[in-house]
Design a protein. Sequence first.
Length: 276
Amino acid sequence: MSSIPLLTGQDGARLPAIGLGTYDLRGAAGVAATASAIDAGYRLLDTAFNYDNEGAVGRAVAESSVPRESLIYSTKLPGRYHRHDLARHAIEESLFRSGLDRLDLVLIHWPNPRLGLYAEAWKALVEAREDGLVSMIGVSNFLPEHLDRIIGDTGVTPVLNQILVHPYAPQDAWRAANAERGVLTEGYSPLGKDTDLVREPAVTRIAAAHEVSAAQLLLAWSVSLGVIPLPKSATPARQAENLDVFDIELTDDELGELAGLARPGEGADPMTHEEL
Ligand SMILES: NC(=O)c1ccc[n+]([C@@H]2O[C@H](COP(=O)([O-])OP(=O)(O)OC[C@H]3O[C@@H](n4cnc5c(N)ncnc54)[C@H](OP(=O)(O)O)[C@@H]3O)[C@@H](O)[C@H]2O)c1
């Protein structure tokens, strides 16, 4: 089993340098897929209220022989529950659905700025942490101005910001803004789901030069940036393959070539995207 390096965030929080995406892993098959990932070595599991699989992921955590304290169960609060009282209820519901006795990490899924309630939601997360429902709190898809608002309001900095990161969307400025605030960056869709990224000639050529798969090359690229990628796979062989990326060292020329794949405007705009 590969050993996954750890990154250090706010308040000394230690987070694995890679995690499992679980979107679409549901029901008994979802439990089995999450269990095989834990067996392969994944310790950070990314679910969400809106994925309808908090129970499946929680079941795999509860049934695993890996000690509970070695696993990070991470979920996300949906936009329709941003109002302070609703946010508290939703976090309690996430905890109930997980079947666990605590959540390790809760993120606000999207800022939904048109609703204008993400600052209330953040206060509810801060209180849930104080009350012991959750150990760490963070955000997802938060632009720098959203981070500044919640940090300014509460004095509490999110441990991480989960955003779209892959070579079409390298997010240089956004990642730098996270880092300036002491916020780790988690990367979603690191394999470029719903794009042709794994078939890009630059990606397949550099992968072949390192004798690794395109997926491994993309994950090594995320890791080289200090981003925590969250590859999703339901397939045990791919789950293991996706963990075997920490010995891949990209040259400056290769990084430069991959930087050339950036497409301005890739991904949904958090100022207008509504995730309810
Ligand atoms: N915060 C947010 O707003 C947000 C948004 C999107 C996603 N996320 C999170 O990020 C996670 C990952 O993103 P994603 O699910 O969008 O996409 P992804 O991880 O970029 O891609 C997943 C796709 O790649 C395939 N795949 C996995 N490993 C592979 C390999 N080694 N070779 C070839 N294909 C491979 C998977 O197929 P198989 O499963 O069949 O192997 C699946 O079709 C999600 O599951 C979710 O946890 C968060």
